[in-house]
Ligand binder design. Structure first.
Ligand code: ATP
Length: 281
C-alpha cells in the first residue's frame, strides 16, 4: 500500500470563462500535491487562485482536464469514498435536528438507526455538544453549527479529511477554539488507521490565513496567483505538538516560518488582489 493517502498528480483544470463563455480559463496547471497518511497539509494562496478547485478534484467531485488522482495508491474514479469533506459554507440540513444531521451519512450507508444514533451522539459529545442533539441548525450559534458539521464529517470515520476554509466565517476566538478542537481530534488515534499514519487521518486544509496554516499543519504548500495556478513553495512546519493555535503564534520559530512563507506568498497575494480589482472594474 502507498504511504500517500492522497496524490494529485499533474492536475490541470480548464473551464469555460464565467465572464465570457467563449473563452477558456486555466485555473490550475500541472499541479502535483501529495498528502501522506496521517499528515496535516495546508494549502495557502491568494483569493480565487484555485484552492477549492484542487480540493474538489481530491474529493472526486470535479474531474480535472488532465492528470491523475490516487487514493492510497489506487487511481480514483468517481467520488472519493475514503474522504470526508467540510465546506466553507453551511452544509447542514435546516429541517433536520443536529443529531439527525450527524447520523444521515451513516443512514445512507445502511447503518441501522439505533446504531447510527449511538455513534452520532458519541460524536456530538466529542465536539462538546452533548445535550444539543435535538436543536435545529437555526437554534445553534455559528460555532455550534460548525461543531455539528465536524461531527457529521468525522462520524463516517474517513481516512482523509478535506477542509475548505471551514472556520473562515467564525469570530477569531471561536475559530481558535475550533482549530484546537480539530487538532485534538486529529491527534487521537482512529480505529483502523492506515499504515504509517500513527493513527491519524490525512488532512488537506485550504485557507487564506497563513497563521492558521502554520499553526495547524505539518506542511504548508503555497500556490501562485491564477491563471494557471501551481505550487511555488513548500514548507515543513517543525513546531512541536501538541500545539495550542493561539500560543504557538508567539514562538520565535513560528515567526521565522511566517516570515519565510510570507516572502513567497506576498507577491502572489498582490497579483491576486490586482486581478480581483480588474474583474470588478
Ligand atoms: N465551474 C467553473 N467554471 C468557470 N470557472 C471556474 C469554475 N470553478 C472555478 N472557476 C474559476 O477558477 C478560479 C479558481 O477558483 P477557486 O474557487 O478554486 O479559487 P479559490 O482559491 O478557492 O478561491 P477563494 O480563495 O476565493 O475561495 C477562479 O477564477 C474561478 O472563477
Amino acid at each position: 500500500m502507498s504511504d500517500y493517502a492522497l496524490e494529485l498528480l499533474s492536475i490541470s483544470c480548464t473551464f469555460h470563462s464565467k465572464d465570457d463563455p467563449g473563452q477558456r480559463y486555466t485555473a490550475v496547471a500541472d499541479t502535483t500535491l501529495r498528502v501522506r497518511a496521517g499528515e496535516f497539509v495546508s494549502v495557502v494562496g491568494p483569493t480565487g487562485c484555485g484552492k477549492s478547485t484542487l480540493l474538489n478534484v481530491g474529493a472526486g467531485l470535479l474531474e480535472p482536464s488532465s492528470g491523475t488522482i490516487k487514493v492510497f495508491g489506487q487511481t480514483l474514479a468517481g467520488v472519493n469514498a475514503r474522504a470526508g469533506y467540510m465546506f466553507q459554507t453551511e452544509a447542514l440540513m435546516p429541517w433536520r435536528s443536529a443529531i439527525d444531521n450527524v447520523m444521515v451519512g451513516l443512514q445512507y450507508r445502511g447503518v441501522p438507526d439505533a446504531d447510527a444514533r449511538g455513534q452520532a451522539e458519541a460524536w456530538l459529545s466529542r465536539v462538546g455538544l452533548s445535550g444539543f442533539g435535538d436543536r435545529y441548525p437555526h437554534q445553534l450559534s455559528g460555532g455550534m453549527r460548525k461543531r455539528v458539521a465536524l461531527a457529521q464529517t468525522l462520524v463516517l470515520d474517513p481516512d482523509i479529511i478535506l477542509m475548505d476554509e471551514p472556520f473562515s466565517a467564525l469570530d477569531i476566538q471561536t475559530r481558535q477554539l475550533m482549530e484546537n478542537e480539530v487538532l485534538d481530534i486529529w491527534s487521537a488515534p482512529s480505529r483502523a488507521a492506515p499504515r504509517g499514519s500513527q493513527g491519524r487521518k490525512a488532512v488537506l486544509f485550504i485557507t487564506h490565513d497563513l497563521d492558521e496554516a502554520i499553526a495547524m499543519s505539518d506542511r504548508v504548500v503555497v500556490l501562485s496567483a491564477g491563471p494557471a495556478t501551481h505550487p511555488i513553495g513548500e514548507f515543513a512546519i517543525d513546531l512541536a505538538r501538541p500545539r495550542d493555535v493561539a500560543e504557538v503564534r508567539t514562538q520565535p520559530r513560528f515567526v521565522e516560518l511566517h516570515t519565510q512563507i510570507w516572502e513567497v506568498l506576498r507577491d502572489e497575494v498582490l497579483k491576486g488582489y490586482a486581478q480581483q480589482l480588474r474583474k470588478a472594474a
